[in-house]
Design a protein around this ligand. Structure first.
Ligand code: HEM
Length: 71
């Protein structure tokens, strides 16, 4: 698997984990549960999404001028 593919797959699956934790966080708030740690652990996938997302953002600009499938 190429580096780009690994980063894209990582971004995709970590975003799913982040979404689930975010939903759990809102549910906890809704039922009045005292679970501030749910909000704190959401930061872990978010910190992974930031560098992988920036990498994905920069990719097409790096590919400019090269003959690749990336637009
Ligand atoms: C934290 C800052 C983030 C940055 C800078 C970022 C940036 C990006 C970029 C540039 C792409 C590629 C878009 C393309 O190729 O057209 C992407 C794809 C994606 N992002 Fe993010 N993102 C971030 C956070 C998130 C979050 C919070 C979620 C969802 C919870 C998310 C979900 C996704 C998904 C599902 C894709 C598609 C991945 C795929 O190709 O399968 N991202 N993101």
């Amino acid at each position: 698997m190429s580096m780009n593919k690994i980063v894209r797959q990582t971004h995709r699956w970590v975003s799913l984990a982040f979404t689930l934790i975010a939903i759990a966080n809102f549910v906890a708030l809704g039922v009045g549960a005292d679970a501030p740690w749910l909000g704190y652990i959401a930061v872990i996938p978010l910190l992974l999404l930031l560098p992988t997302g920036i990498y994905l953002f920069v990719l097409p600009y790096l590919a400019k001028g090269k003959k690749t499938a990336t637009p």
